[in-house]
Write a protein that binds this ligand. Sequence first.
Ligand SMILES: [Zn+2]
Length: 204
Amino acid sequence: MNIIEDFIPRDRPNRPGVAITPTNITVHNTGNARSGADAAMHASYIKSTNDKVSWHYTVDDNKIIQHIPIDEMAWHAGCRKGNENSIGIEICMNQGINMEMAEKNAQQLIAYLMAKTSINDIKKHQDWTGKYCPAVLLKEGRWEQFIRGCFCLFEEKKTIKKEHWAKTYYQQLIDRGLVIHEERLDDPITRGELFAILCRMLEL
Ligand SMILES: [Zn+2]
C-alpha cells in the first residue's frame, strides 16, 4: 500500500498544528459526486482553501493521499472532541469511481493505521454529530460489513507482520556494513542502490 504524502503547508489556516494522540478513526464520504472529484482534486483543494476544514487522508480507487500527519489535529468531525481524538479519512464518491476499490483501499489504510497505532475504534462521522456521513456506506447499508473488512485485514496484517522473513538477512548485512538505506524490506531496489552495494561488496 502506497501512501502519497502531500501535506497542507504549515502556514495554512486549516492546518492548526495542534498535537494530538488519536484514539479513534473517523470515516467520511466526500459528499462530492462530481466527475473528477478524486483524491488528487481533494488534495489540491485542501491545500488552497480558506475554509476551516481539513482531514488526514483522502482515498479513491487508485490512490491514498495524506494531508496532515496523524499526530496533528484536523477539522473533520464537526465537534471538538472528534477533532481532538480522531484521524479523519475521506473516501471519494466521484462519478465513474470504482467504489468497491476505493472502499478496499480505505480498509487497507485503516488496517494499516490500526497496526501502526493500536487504535481499534472506528467511527462514522455520524457518530460525532449525527451528520449523514459516510453517505455511500450508510445509504447502501454496508457500514457493518465495511468495519468487519477492516478488522479482517488488520488480523491478517498482524500475523504477517510478526517477523519479516528477510529481517535476518538484513541484520547480517547491517553487521557487515553493506546496507545503504533504512529497513524497507518490501521496496524495490534502484540501479543506483545496486551499484552502491556492489562497490561495497568489492571493498569487503
Ligand atoms: Zn463526514
